[in-house]
Design a protein around this ligand. Structure first.
Ligand SMILES: Cc1ncc(C[n+]2csc(CCOP(=O)(O)OP(=O)(O)O)c2C)c(N)n1
Ligand SMILES: [Mg+2]
Length: 666
């Protein structure tokens, strides 16, 4: 579409008006960013962005990420004006109110066209990197006719200042993700004032050093914006387009200052802005001719979408592509059935990180959408399998990401990959470094992206590396995050079961907390309750061995401590004290069971409930009651061989049994 350039200015002013009026009505929000980037966004959407408002989930659309999520009114305006079904003008009127999809920050689960949830600065760009990875991976498999689109991100000073930006651009530059274009709202303003209060960095030089192409433009000159965008599109490297803008552009007394960043402009300033912009319309009214121009921006994409459909229909890979984009791993359980049967017949004493690698063998072989990776701990996380060759700038068909030492960048990129669709990522690091990527894990949960975190070295059981590396509070603290399943399997079979469950929950992310040290296999054909047909981990917790004498005790343990609990039970039985052992690989799944199952597993008030987990005990009272016994570790670990540490910190049957006996006698 070649729109008369003079028509672009009123289109941009429509964004400005909607943004300042919505923020004013809500009496909260951020007008400065949308007003400052209105011209850039208008040029991008009307001339370059590939989108079809009538098909927001079209697989080959360009991905548009508003990394500077505080400027949410920019994306709400763009979606509304260009003709998406949502948000409506009433939704915009109700910006930031209960029931409106126009939340304070853009939420991917509330509006189609919002590709990801942004607001935590920096993560949008990192997610865009993941989207660009997924696009290249699918392109390598399905070709230009079916997958060939760009990823655009609008980032503010804050997004580029955050540490995660270093990780994200390093990865993108290394992987030569030329389809990624970041438009920087270079307004030299942050909340505290001018950006030069806190930075004198040469942002472009930093990007160049990371292998990026950079170009500058006047962010209020349409022709100059077009020139820069076209240069970026032509360059094979990822691009940073530095758009020199004025924050709050159009508000005559406040523009260019941090006063426009995060507060309503006020009635007087809005009225002055209307004069300056020549915008005579009432709040939330966009005249028909401007609406028509905006709706016309979608026509380009509609035509491209139709042509794409014709190509897809003609493709031999049509069904395969649909399967890939569906991204569901319903077949995960079936993929490991034989593996589990094999383990049952021939038990293996291995670390659960090794058990995870063993499960990943058949999973990655049978599920082509699984893309593995690790933040430079491949050999320790056991994440690489023979089916997953490296994803590199030379070979985008690979399925294994060498993320480098970039835990936060990895986690955010995985979110972007999953949000893109067509791939399901899993990535590894040490569990202790879950804290490095915690906010991205939280965003996995909030955004309902079912990525899988493979987090090994899950307790003092890692031994000699010492307290800096030994998780104490991590497992329990991850359980605090809503919509996140934290798995801590006890042996080879549970590990395989937990993998199947993790892959089957496509809108809930999973963490697999895995041991460094070997653990005996507790399940299998010797087990009286053995059956390969039931995934026992699916209920989150189950009785792995039942009391023989009259039951007085229920031992609840996870991961490496389940075998210890079995030993404790044996010693108690020798004393005539009946003890059940409950393995609880996933507390969240257990909490979701009905009350009768939960009380059957945990027992009533007549039994002493004892939790055993080599980590913080806070929280275990939920299952043991305050009258129960909580065996754990409420201090930092130490550097020594694992066996010595378990002995030192009381994780032995000899240390635990007397505590139980005295409690029973107490
Ligand atoms: C990780 C993170 N830290 C802090 C904030 C709070 N915050 C929101 S916007 C902002 C300033 C951002 O400045 P800039 O990106 O330049 O936005 P502009 O003021 O230009 O709109 C801050 C500190 C946040 N949203 N995320
Ligand atoms: Mg700024």
């Amino acid at each position: 579409m070649s729109l008369d350039p003079s028509r672009l200015a009123p289109m941009a002013n429509a964004i400005r008006a909607l943004s300042m009026d919505a923020v004013q009505a809500a009496n909260s929000g951020h007008p400065g960013m949308p007003m400052g980037m209105a011209d850039v966004a208008t040029v991008l959407w009307s001339k370059y962005l590939k989108f079809d408002p009538s098909a927001p989930d079209w697989a080959d659309r360009d991905r548009f990420v508003l990394s500077a999520g505080h400027g949410s009114m920019l994306i709400y305006s763009l979606l509304h004006l260009s003709g998406y079904a949502s948000p409506t003008i009433d939704d915009i009127r109700n910006f930031r109110q209960i029931g409106s999809p126009c939340a304070g920050h853009p939420e991917n689960f509330l509006i189609d066209g919002v590709e990801c949830t942004t607001g935590p600065l920096g993560q949008g760009v990192a997610m865009a990197v993941g989207m660009a990875v997924a696009e290249r991976q699918l392109n390598a498999n399905f070709g230009n006719d079916i997958v060939n689109h760009r990823t655009w991100a609008i980032a503010g000073d804050g997004c580029l200042m955050e540490g995660i930006n270093h990780e994200a651009i390093g990865l993108a530059g290394h992987l030569k993700l030329g389809g990624l274009i970041v438009l920087w709202d270079d307004n030299n303003i942050t909340i505290d004032g001018t950006a030069d209060l806190s930075t004198s960095e040469n942002v472009e030089a930093r990007h160049q050093a990371a292998g990026w192409h950079t170009v500058r433009c006047d962010g209020h000159d349409q022709a100059d914006i077009s020139r820069a965008i076209e240069e970026a599109m032509a360059d094979p490297r990822p691009s940073l387009v530095a758009c020199k803008t004025i924050i709050g552009k159009g508000a005559p007394n406040k523009q260019g200052t941090s006063a426009t960043h995060g507060a309503p402009l006020g009635a007087e300033e809005i009225s002055a802005a209307r004069d300056v912009l020549g915008w005579e319309h009432a709040p939330f009214v966009v005249p028909a001719d401007i609406t028509a121009d905006w709706h016309a921006t979608g026509e380009r994409g509609k035509a491209e979408h139709a042509a794409w459909k014709t190509r897809l229909d003609a493709s031999a890979h049509k069904a395969e592509f649909a399967d890939r984009m569906a991204g569901v791993s319903a077949g995960a359980g079936a993929a490991i059935e034989d593996h589990i049967r094999g383990l049952a017949a021939e038990p293996k004493t291995v670390a659960t990180r090794k058990a995870s690698e063993m499960a990943l063998g058949p999973l990655t072989e049978k599920l082509p959408h699984l893309i593995g990776g690790s933040a430079d701990l491949t050999g320790s996380n056991n994440t690489k399998t023979p089916s997953t060759s490296p994803f590199s700038a030379d070979d985008y068909s690979g399925r294994y990401m060498y993320y480098g030492i970039r835990e936060f960048g990895m986690a955010a990129a995985m979110n972007g990959m999953m949000l893109h669709g067509g791939v399901v990522p899993y990535g590894g690091t040490f569990l202790i470094f879950s804290d490095y990527c915690r906010n991205a894990i939280r965003l996995s949960a909030l955004q309902e992206t079912g990525v899988v975190y493979v987090m090994t070295h899950d307790s003092i059981g890692l031994g000699e590396d010492g307290p800096t590396h030994q998780p104490v509070e991590q497992v329990m603290s991850l359980r605090l995050i809503p919509n996140l399943n934290v798995y801590r399997p006890c042996d080879t079979i549970e590990t395989a079961e937990c993998w199947a469950l993790a892959l089957q929950t496509s809108s809930t992310p999973s963490i697999l907390a895995l041991s460094r040290q070997n653990l005996p296999q507790l399940r299998g054909e010797g087990d009286e309750a053995w059956t390969s047909d039931v995934n026992r981990s699916a209920k989150g917790a189950y009785r792995i061995s039942a009391a023989k004498a009259a039951r007085k005790v229920v031992l609840i343990a996870t991961g490496s401590e389940v075998a210890l609990a079995v030993e404790v039970a044996a010693q108690l039985e020798e004393k005539g004290i009946g003890a059940d052992v409950v393995s609880m690989p996933c507390a969240e799944l257990f909490d979701a069971q009905d009350a009768s199952y939960r009380s059957d597993v945990l027992g009533g008030a007549d039994v002493l409930k004892v939790s055993i987990e080599a980590g913080t005990t806070l929280g275990w009272e939920r299952y043991t009651g305050t009258e129960g016994l909580n065996i754990g570790l409420n201090r930092f670990g130490a550097s020594a061989p694992a066996g010595d540490l378990f002995a030192k910190f009381g994780f032995t049957a000899d240390a635990i049994v007397p505590q139980i006996v005295s409690k029973l006698e107490g």
